[in-house]
Design a protein around this ligand. Structure first.
Ligand code: ZN
Length: 280
């Protein structure tokens, strides 16, 4: 069964793509939430790892093909693939092919952040830009942090996904909220790290939000279900409390980047001041 799904958001065509599955430690994925609670939502394997999917997005707007995230690093070798149980049942390339697109057709790549499970196919096995006709958009803060790593964030960045793009001057950087088209913008959602951005598409009264790791999966929709990976978890909480009610009120289509089951869904009030994720 193919993962690829289509929606129309006003004048834009939107496709949910996939670059396969992987697994991360369930404890790390749910931070301070005890396993007895999170295992009601997802079932870990014998190594305590939970299933996650890589869900990039393709937006067709004003005649351009815009790729939100490039997928899972494919250049880090067998040990990496085993550690993260990488399963390439479908890929960003097979997903694009299903909608009649080749990597050369991509005009713009939006890197919400540069972690290996989000920007992993920025480059190919020859360490060339995978999307050679595209500009790559990333926040100034994120590009700085990804190239000046420290002991707490170093494992999340692999230079081979970043350096070749830098060397060929293909990155465009932005600060704060930035408009790409009147319908499409990127905006800061710090917490997971300092420089992460989300994507907002709004056309004819319809709103779509690509949440990046502010909401990695639908199982993380309760406010305190914040990843142990987050560098600034209280900031994540504040950003969630700022945006979740707004996205609920707008009936926005919410796209979590790692949900194993849902491409998108909506936030519904849970009657206790928080939200539930209803997949569509
Ligand atoms: Zn991620």
């Amino acid at each position: 069964m193919t993962w690829v799904k289509h929606k129309k958001i006003g004048i834009a065509e939107v496709y949910s793509l996939t670059d396969g599955m992987f697994r991360l430690d369930g404890g790390a994925m749910f931070g301070t939430v005890p396993r007895v609670l999170w295992e009601k939502k997802t079932i870990p394997d014998t190594q305590n790892r939970i299933p996650l999917r890589i869900n990039p997005l393709l937006i067709q707007l004003h005649g351009k093909n815009i790729l939100v995230e490039t997928g899972m690093d494919d250049k880090s070798g067998e040990k990496f693939e085993t550690m993260f149980a990488v399963k390439r049942d479908q890929s960003i390339f097979s997903s694009l092919a299903e909608i009649g697109l080749h990597p050369d057709d991509i005009d713009l790549v939006i890197n919400t952040h540069l972690h290996f499970d989000h920007a992993g196919r920025n480059t190919n096995s020859l360490l060339e830009p995978t999307f050679k006709n595209a500009r790559y958009l990333v926040s100034t803060q994120e590009l700085h942090d990804a190239t000046h790593t420290h002991e707490r964030n170093r494992a999340s960045y692999n230079a081979h996904n970043i350096e070749p793009i830098l060397e060929q001057h293909l990155f465009d950087t932005f600060d704060g909220e930035s408009e790409i088209y009147p319908e499409l913008s990127v905006f800061p959602i710090p917490g997971h790290n300092l420089g992460q951005s989300a994507v907002r598409l709004e056309s004819n009264g319809q709103v779509l939000i690509y949440t990046a790791d502010l909401l990695p999966t639908s199982a993380h929709v309760a406010y305190p279900y914040i990843m142990g990976y987050d560098l600034y978890p209280v900031t994540t909480l504040e950003i969630r409390k700022h945006f979740f009610p707004q996205w609920h009120d707008e009936a926005a289509l919410i796209c979590p980047p790692h949900d194993p089951n849902w491409s998108w869904g909506r936030l519904e009030g849970n009657g206790k001041g928080g939200f539930e994720f209803v997949g569509l």
